[in-house]
Design a protein around this ligand. Structure first.
Ligand SMILES: Cc1ncc(COP(=O)(O)O)c(C=O)c1O
Ligand SMILES: [Zn+2]
Length: 385
């Protein structure tokens, strides 16, 4: 394995990868795993990838976990990239369909890698605050690893996510509040309970799993990145992970300098990143009274806000807010034109595409990728009304 150390994304302080770590011990910001790309690139080539299994562990040399350790895997990653000609109209639209992962969302990617590392480094009890899908993914991978999962979810989390976590053997606590309140409850209890905190970006390896979104996209487009990426943003882990992957791939000489314009899509009543982007701020203030049926977007404050905002600006992208009614309406439009029952978070990106096209921020014939991060099946409560 070629991870050499962990580095703070803010103050650059180095931390050891070989013990359980959460945030930077000096400044409290997220840590990134640093890979020796020269060494990794000697054994992993673009040509070698073609012969490997479909799961995200095909990028093994670029991921943490010593090579003699078996990953905790349910077949995550390797999802289809589908052309969406009917919905796309004059835009060259593609859907990365992450609902085809284990537990039906992209959260499987992060949890496969993070649970593998937590187990290897000796954790036995894991805890996570979750808007829904991360909880289901942690429950599944913890069960597979033989570890305990403690999941804190807002009481308003879609029923399917709650039932899924219980049936996968996790300890589920419903909290009267938002995901930030769930995170605070874990922070309060983790030391006495002996839990390892698996919160996104407060643990350095979920992002390593999520970065494979970027590797797969490049590979599926024959190492040419698209013009635009629309990403439904809560904590922003996938967006930050993809950006890290683009940097790594350029260093490996697998892609050139061109980057997609990255757009964060949020819900009108929980849009901290959109507001900060429009105000020209480098961090995002907590969004009061956050509400949306797209539970993955119900994140009023993201610890990686400064990373998200700098990526949106550096890539000449932006941030768009879509209201719940439009997400629900767009779900059926996508369903009837493309045959996918998308999650409301995914639907928000399709609505954002229509908005950006009308606003002239996406031109005809541009290649656009939408991440459908989850499945509509988990959100029947939203669609029943
Ligand atoms: C379906 C879905 N989409 C998007 C998100 C937001 O993901 P991220 O934290 O990477 O921004 C979530 C997070 O819970 C989710 O479940
Ligand atoms: Zn630091």
């Amino acid at each position: 394995m070629f991870v050499t150390h962990l580095e703070c994304t803010a103050c650059r302080l180095h931390h050891e990868w070989s013990r359980l770590q959460n945030l930077c011990t000096a400044c409290g910001k997220p840590l990134f795993a640093i890979v020796d790309l020269t060494a990794a690139g000697r054994t992993l080539t673009r040509e070698a990838l073609a012969t490997r299994e479909k799961s995200l562990w095909r990028y093994r040399e670029l991921l943490p976990l010593p090579e003699y350790v078996e990953p905790v895997s349910l077949g995550e990653g390797g999802t289809p990239l589908l052309r969406a000609a009917r919905f796309g109209g004059d835009v060259d639209l593609w859907i990365k369909d992450e609902s085809q992962n284990p537990t039906q969302s992209f959260k499987a990617r992060g949890m496969s890698v993070a649970v593998s590392m937590a187990k290897y480094l000796g954790a036995t009890k894991l805890a996570v605050p979750s808007a829904g899908n991360a909880g289901g993914a942690l429950a599944a991978y913890a069960a597979r690893a033989g570890l305990e999962a403690n999941i804190f979810m807002p009481r308003e989390t879609p029923r399917a996510n709650i039932i899924e976590c219980r049936e996968l053997g996790a300890h589920v606590t419903l909290v009267d509040g938002l995901i930030t309140d769930c995170g605070a409850e874990i922070a309060r209890r983790k030391t006495t309970e002996g839990w390892f905190d698996m919160s996104t970006l407060k643990e350095p390896y979920r992002i390593e799993g999520k970065k494979t979104l970027g590797y797969e996209l490049a590979e599926q487009f024959d190492w040419k990145l698209p013009d635009v990426i629309l990403y439904p943003t809560g904590g922003g882990t996938g967006l930050i992970g993809m950006w890290k992957a683009f940097y790594e791939m350029e260093t490996l000489d697998w892609i050139g300098k061109k980057r997609p314009r990255m757009f964060s899509v949020q819900a009108t009543d929980c849009a901290p990143i959109v507001r900060a982007f429009e105000n020209g701020d480098s961090t995002a203030a907590e969004f009061a009274n956050a509400r949306t049926c797209a539970s993955g977007l119900r994140v009023p404050k993201a610890i990686g806000d400064y990373l998200i905002l700098s990526i949106l600006r550096e890539s000449h992208g932006g941030a768009v807010a879509i209201d719940d009614e439009e997400m629900i309406r767009t779900t059926r439009e996508v369903g009837s034109s493309e045959g996918l029952f998308v999650a409301p978070e995914g639907a928000a990106c399709f609505a954002a595409l229509q908005y950006l096209r009308r606003a002239g921020k996406i031109a005809s014939a541009e290649r656009v990728v939408i991440f459908n991060t989850g499945s509509g099946i988990k959100y029947l409560d939203c669609y029943e009304a």
